[in-house]
Design a protein around this ligand. Structure first.
Ligand SMILES: *Cc1c(COP(=O)(O)O)cnc(C)c1O
Length: 383
């Protein structure tokens, strides 16, 4: 057998996706055409949100979400050290200061019981991350946010379609952000979205997406004629194209089977590794259709003995299994250390997590043969 190369995550593109994109290319609109609105409406409805605003990527969506909260210099926001750097960078773009709260090793998400210790009168926003697709406890975080008058941005880049007690949680989070980077569930090339139930936030997000410009007459200070538009704040060009949205719609039509397949793969991994002494499975979350859904962006194994992780990682890579580590704590990044003086030892759980985590291939298009190969290579490994 030829050596397989299996990535940790990968998009699936079917003929129907290609047709959808080609149809847009033959149409009148390449940017901000009818597909944008259809895509936004579909994703909003699916997650029980009133509004969805698409963006050029998930990072732009985060930037816009932080902007919409009104956070600025002198303010603070709270987030988890275990995430992609964009989660915290989004607040930095606006001059706000990140404050990190260690993770809970039962869920690998922010430990909500430790949030209140870090809240000050400057804290404006809490940004929990549903890591790997495990739905973070937004209900508990909402109670904390309400006591301190904070907003919640749910970083759901990993957690499209996830549910806890029957809900994605738009009744708890002020906004949720999604990413459509190809390693995530839905690929649009680059793409992102913010979901919200607030009409005010929806307007602010849309303003920020298009240069701070409004064309809505009811929002204008004056009206010079049919050509008129108004720039009311400093915004960006953060729009998604209609080409990307068409791909997004087509991909999103298969979201349920996508998530089901990921759960199937996770179950097979769980079963296969149950008796390997040196490994811990990721936190499981009892799958109940419509009630509890872990959307498994990642499958994060934990190596019990930290000194053995690197050799095991290299072994997988040498055998074509493109394992990855998610994530290097944001607090350990040189930029954060230099600018904010973050110290690794202040986040013991995050650091233990970093030393032991290893993401093995998890994507809905993975074949049984590919998964058998991954399982086989891991079972064969001599510790
Ligand atoms: C991927 C990701 C983002 C950013 O998404 P992009 O579309 O790549 O900009 C934000 N937060 C988390 C947790 C992510 O994994």
């Amino acid at each position: 057998m030829n050596k397989m190369i299996i990535p940790y995550g990968r998009q699936t593109i079917l003929d129907e996706d290609i047709d959808a994109v080609v149809n847009v290319l033959k149409s009148d609109y390449l940017t901000q055409g009818p597909c944008i609105m259809e895509f936004e409406d579909k994703v909003a409805a699916y997650h029980g949100a009133k509004y969805a605003v698409s963006f050029a990527n998930g990072t732009a969506a985060l930037h816009a979400a932080y902007y919409a909260t009104g956070i600025s210099e002198g303010d603070e926001f709270i987030t988890s050290p275990i995430s992609f750097v964009a989660t915290a960078n989004g607040g930095l773009f606006l001059g706000a200061k990140p404050v990190f709260v260690d993770i809970d090793l039962e869920t690998n998400c922010i430990d909500h019981e430790k949030i209140e210790n870090k809240i000050t009168e400057k804290t404006k926003v809490i940004t929990p991350v549903s890591l790997a697709g495990y739905p973070v406890d937004l209900k508990s975080i909402r109670a904390i946010a309400d006591r301190h008058n904070c907003m919640i941005i749910h970083d759901a880049a990993h957690a499209i379609g996830s549910k806890r007690d029957g809900t994605f949680g738009m009744e708890y989070a002020d906004m949720a952000i999604l990413s459509f980077h190809p390693v995530k569930h839905i690929a649009t090339g680059e793409g992102g979205m913010v979901l919200t139930n607030s009409e005010v936030l929806n307007k602010r997000l849309r303003l920020f997406r298009t240069h701070g410009i409004t064309k809505e007459m009811s929002d204008m200070t004056r009206f010079d004629g049919a050509w008129y538009y108004e720039m009311q704040d400093l915004g960006y060009n953060y729009r998604l194209s209609d080409i990307s949205a068409a791909l997004g719609i087509s991909q999103f039509n298969r979201i349920d089977s996508n998530i089901r397949r990921r759960n199937e793969i996770a179950k097979q991994y769980d079963d296969a590794f149950e008796y390997i002494e040196e490994l811990n499975a990721p936190p499981s979350f009892e799958y109940k259709e419509c009630e509890n859904i872990h959307s498994y962006h990642l499958y994060s194994l934990r190596i019990k003995n930290t000194t053995k992780r690197k050799v095991f990682f290299d072994y997988l890579r040498e055998n074509g299994i493109q394992a990855q580590i998610h994530y290097i704590p944001i607090t350990s990044q040189p930029y954060y250390i230099e600018r904010f003086g973050t110290r690794t030892e202040d986040y013991p759980n995050a650091n233990l997590y970093y030393d032991t985590e290893i993401s093995i291939p998890m994507f809905h298009g993975m074949s049984d043969l590919q998964q058998e190969y991954v399982i086989d290579m891991i079972k064969k490994y001599i510790w």
